[in-house]
Design a protein around this ligand. Structure first.
Ligand code: 5GP
Length: 237
């Protein structure tokens, strides 16, 4: 499938139209950003690793009846996807306290959260993705009550599936962010699932194996992503 026009250039991916109006190509770039895009660096191999990581995870989720936008891996850095009408709200599941939750409530990092928390954030870089709740989503018309319920249900199901997958490979799935869209009226998982949008700690020593390595200048960012990929069974070459 040929890429036609560039439709949107995000912080880490570029979206292209194709000759089929229902299909898009996502290109994963090596750009890595933090602080709402104020800090951007190129990390060699990142586009390839995240593209293949994402396809592997989305395939696993599809086999467990989670609808995803993925159609086909096209190349190292490109994937063909269904064109979704994206919902401008990020869903975050938290199994352990980390990141913004620790900063907001002054909790100890790593505190177990049972049952897992479900947070919502409005996608808006200029406003630094503010935290919102279910009534905001309905009142401001970002998503219907019925679709929001489905997003929540799917987020918890993804947590069950991926929590086990990462646990089996020796990692703790600390938290993660999902984005959904609508395709023919159905809520479908979009965007990506990669170490850029989740926290994964090694069970042995609690080493951070995700984008916190970049955010906190811990080094060996892509080496950590590749190790996670290798241990869960992603084929990188
Ligand atoms: P926090 O609320 O602690 O900043 O993030 C919670 C989880 O969601 C983390 O795994 C983080 O990587 C992910 N996350 C939240 N917002 C974003 C975002 O805008 N981009 C990416 N890549 N991940 C996000």
């Amino acid at each position: 499938m040929q890429k036609l026009a560039e439709l949107y250039r995000g912080k880490a991916k570029t979206v292209y139209s194709t000759e089929n109006p229902d299909l898009l190509v996502l290109e994963f770039r090596n750009d890595t950003s933090a602080m709402d895009g104020q800090r951007i660096e190129q990390l060699a191999r990142k586009g390839m690793v995240n593209n293949k990581f994402n396809c592997f995870i989305m395939d696993k989720l599809e086999t467990k009846k989670i609808p995803t936008q993925i159609k086909k891996l096209l190349s190292d850095n490109e994937v063909l996807v269904k064109k979704l009408d994206m919902i401008p709200v990020e869903c975050v599941i938290r199994n352990r306290a980390a990141g913004s939750l620790v900063r907001r409530l002054g909790l100890e990092e790593g505190l177990e959260l049972k049952p897992a928390l479900f947070d919502l954030f409005l996608k808006n870089d200029a406003m630094h993705d503010p935290m919102v709740n279910e009534s905001y989503c309905i009142t401001f018309g970002w998503v219907s009550k019925e679709h929001l319920e489905r997003m929540k249900e799917l987020s918890y199901r993804v947590n069950d599936i991926l929590g086990k997958l990462f646990d089996d490979a020796g990692f703790i799935l600390v938290d993660f962010k999902l984005e959904f869209g609508l395709f023919e009226g159905e809520v479908v998982l979009g965007d990506e699932f990669s170490p850029d949008g989740c926290r994964l700690w090694d069970k042995k020593n609690l080493a951070k194996m995700d984008k916190d390595r970049f955010r906190q200048n811990l080094g060996n960012v892509i080496e950590a992503y590749e190790e996670v990929a290798r241990r869960i069974g992603v084929k990188l070459d």
